[in-house]
Design a protein around this ligand. Structure first.
Ligand code: C2E
Ligand code: MG
Ligand code: MG
Ligand code: MG
Length: 285
């Protein structure tokens, strides 16, 4: 692999890097039309209560059905959409679809309790002046309670955040929208800083869950998660864990006092009908 010390000259001489750059360029220019043509779709991954195993809602995860490349995950195109600004209309579309979907789940499965929807926000959406009004409009138009919506923001997006950045999140939180700190534990956040943020949920990053794969888990990992859980609860924050792949992980995280879990052990991200089935089984059985 070519060293980057030489600048562009070396990168152009690397055919793989070249191909990647061409693909990136192609995807970037195809993005706006893709939104118009309806090539994006959303998969939903259930959020499960660790105490009783019930489905409480789902996280919306966007995908792109590209006519040549097939299904592309968000890691392939969200950074490009952020770079070009398309993330604002794309993010608004994801929010609207997800809120509509949550409303439909609630109507069809009243017995399962008010199912909630989690939607990821990119840092560019946070700084976009329309965020609060767009969210209010969508909730109103689709008829969903603000309480049923959770917006996920990564820890790194809020590091060093000043008041201007936090203001829209505060307004949303005041309306009843939950704000979750996504991928928690991967950034360098000052834990004391948490008190300043209008956040009500910590989503513990998958890297912590991975340390619980064996039973018994790595004692150091256990101590770290135990510490984070007790800190979170003392600040009145709920803990959601990402990337739960085994029953052993689920059990240890439940014993540690985590509140909600998400991962392949329960369900992979899937079409909205899948949540109907899971929530229905749950409510009746
Ligand atoms: P995230 O918000 O941290 O989402 C969790 C990621 O972990 C998802 O990857 C999910 O499919 C994956 N995952 C869930 N359970 C497991 C498990 O048990 N094991 C493993 N190994 N992985 C698991 P995905 O769908 O590829 O999304 C990647 C990231 O893309 C998301 O990370 C989020 O930051 C971003 N993203 C997704 N949808 C949107 C969106 O609509 N807007 C924005 N701005 N970002 C999005
Ligand atoms: Mg997320
Ligand atoms: Mg996450
Ligand atoms: Mg993550």
């Amino acid at each position: 692999r070519a060293k980057s010390a030489g600048g562009n000259r070396f990168e152009l001489a690397d055919p793989e890097a070249d191909a990647r750059a061409i693909t990136r360029h192609g995807l970037t220019t195809a993005l706006p039309a893709a939104l118009d043509r309806g090539e994006f779709f959303i998969e939903y991954q259930p959020l499960v209560h660790l105490g009783d195993g019930s489905v409480r809602g789902a996280e919306a995860l966007v995908r792109w059905l590209h006519p040549q490349h097939g299904v592309l995950g968000p890691d392939r195109f969200i950074p490009l959409a952020e770079h070009t600004g398309l993330i604002v209309p794309l993010g608004r579309w994801v929010l609207e679809q997800s809120v509509r979907q949550a409303r439909e789940w609630q109507e069809r499965h009243a017995a399962a309790g008010p199912l909630r929807i989690n939607v990821n926000l990119s840092p560019c959406q946070l700084t976009h002046p329309g965020l609060v009004q767009d969210t209010v409009d969508i909730l109103e138009r689709e008829g969903l309670d603000a309480d049923a919506l959770c917006l996920e923001v990564t820890e790194s997006a809020l590091i060093g955040a000043d008041d201007d950045l936090l203001k829209p999140l505060r307004r949303l939180a005041e309306m009843g929208v939950d704000i979750a700190l996504d991928d928690f534990g991967t950034g360098y956040s000052n834990l004391a800083n948490l008190r300043r943020l209008p956040v009500s949920i910590l989503k513990l990053d998958r890297s912590f869950t991975q340390g619980m794969q064996q039973f018994p888990a790595d004692p150091v990992d256990l101590k770290i998660v135990e510490g984070i859980v007790s800190l979170a609860h003392s600040l009145d924050l709920a803990i959601t864990v990402e990337g739960v792949e085994t029953g052993a992980q689920a059990e240890q995280l439940r014993i540690l006092g985590c509140d909600t879990a998400q991962g392949w052990y329960y369900a992979r991200p899937g079409p909205p009908e899948r949540l109907h089935e899971l929530a229905l089984v749950d409510a009746t059985g």
